[in-house]
Design a protein around this ligand. Structure first.
Ligand code: FAD
Ligand code: NAP
Length: 330
């Protein structure tokens, strides 16, 4: 028999937005169910030092911060569920979300906080070497590149932070960026320019990953990346460089495939919300954090939007109750 669980409010996602929404809705006695997804704690669990989350005079660690949020949400009464939502029916009453475990979650209101995921370049050889020398997470895989040469692709905050982090392990880090200036914050740029272990290939694009592939490769050679082909976008010239590992850090894609053709989104897949609100085009459905924010994409803004979504959902549920009482009295 199919297991069904009901709550007034369902929160999908366990990043800063989801946990904050849980803390607020739990403290409003709404007894929220929170579905963690495949990445409990969200993107912040893939980083190390966090210097810009307010409230901490000393540098803190991303995974530690998310563990604190998780515990806070639990302590105030969140029903924390390890599952991943694979399908939703948001126009039904109650709204329905189908877990990969087989459980069906029903709720009167839903807060979507599914965040974003790493983008890839889309190269055939990138796909072949994923997990065998090509990674999107320096925190997870940097350790494997002690005294080796690695490259980081991208010019935003993530790329620059990954490059700086990797200098703690690698012999040398080459930052490959498609333009002649970085997008990253100035303070981070300065740290890169000052770091003797980092060099930058400007106006350059990775075009091919070379090495011994995991399947059908040379059985006598170690599996993995050994070189990369990089093209200068201004001159059009391409060259091969020896390299041991490649970290792709070119941004993120909102995790909204689940809501395609159900909820209004912009052309890049971010959920549209009403001005100064987390309300989506569907009554009783709210979206908070990176999933609805193409502009700021910070832990503190995601947490702020989680708080907004919780307050708006609480008010919306109260309005539904009042409307029901009024119609019963009439
Ligand atoms: P996310 O953190 O992306 O979490 C999304 C959650 O949704 C995850 O728990 C996932 O498991 C869940 N989910 C997804 N799909 C489903 C599904 N189908 N069913 C159930 N659950 C699902 N910001 C800062 O302010 N300071 C920093 O120092 C900083 N460093 C960063 C370093 C890195 C490497 C990266 C990648 C980002 C960094 N950011 C930083 C940005 C910050 O991490 C994000 O802005 C923030 O995590 C967004 O929070 P969120 O709750 O919206 O979503
Ligand atoms: P981002 O800011 O969108 O930067 C992506 C970078 O990758 C850009 O430099 C972009 O180049 C490049 N790029 C994109 N597609 C590419 C492609 N196909 N080929 C080559 N290069 C490509 O993404 P992000 O760095 O992951 O940051 C995401 C958000 O998280 C940002 O808001 C950021 O501020 C935040 N964040 C904050 C911190 C922090 O505060 N310490 C740390 C990490 C992330 P162009 O510049 O040419 O577009």
């Amino acid at each position: 028999m199919t297991d069904t669980k009901h709550s007034k409010i369902l929160i999908i996602g366990s990043g800063p937005a989801g946990y904050t929404a849980a803390i607020y809705t739990a403290r409003a006695n709404l007894k929220p169910m929170l579905i963690t997804g495949m990445q409990p704690g969200g993107q912040m669990t893939t980083t190390t030092e966090v210097e810009n989350y307010p409230g901490f005079a000393d540098v803190i660690q991303g995974p530690w911060l998310m563990e604190q949020m998780r515990k806070q949400a639990l302590h105030v009464g969140t029903d924390m569920i390890i599952d991943t939502i694979t399908k939703v029916d948001l126009n039904s009453k109650p709204k329905k979300a189908f877990g990969s475990s087989g459980t069906i979650y029903t709720a009167d209101a839903v807060i979507i906080a599914t965040g974003a995921q790493a983008q890839w370049l889309g190269l055939e050889t990138e796909e072949i070497f994923k997990g065998y020398g090509v990674s999107a997470c320096a925190t997870c895989d940097g350790f494997f590149y002690k005294d080796k040469n690695v490259a980081v692709i991208g010019g935003g905050n993530t790329a620059v932070e990954e490059a700086l982090f990797l200098t703690g392990f690698a012999k040398h880090v080459t930052l490959i960026h498609r333009r002649d200036e970085l997008r990253a914050e100035k303070i981070l740029q300065d740290r890169v320019f000052e770091n003797k272990k980092i060099s930058i290939m400007w106006d350059s694009e990775l075009t091919e990953v070379l090495g011994n592939p995991p399947n059908n490769g040379d059985n006598n050679a170690p599996v993995g990346v050994s070189a990369m082909k990089v093209k200068n976008v201004k001159t059009g010239k391409a060259a091969e460089y020896p390299i041991d590992g490649i970290f792709v850090a070119i941004g993120h894609k909102p995790a909204t495939d689940l809501f395609k053709d159900i909820i209004d989104m912009d052309k890049t897949g971010y959920i549209n919300t009403a001005p100064d609100s987390t309300a989506t085009n569907i009554e009783g459905v709210f979206a908070a954090g990176d999933v609805a924010d193409n502009k700021y994409r910070q832990a503190v803004t995601a947490a702020g939007m989680g708080c907004m979504a919780a307050l708006e959902a609480d008010r919306w549920l109260a309005e539904q109750n009042t409307a029901k009482k009024d119609s019963n009295a009439a």
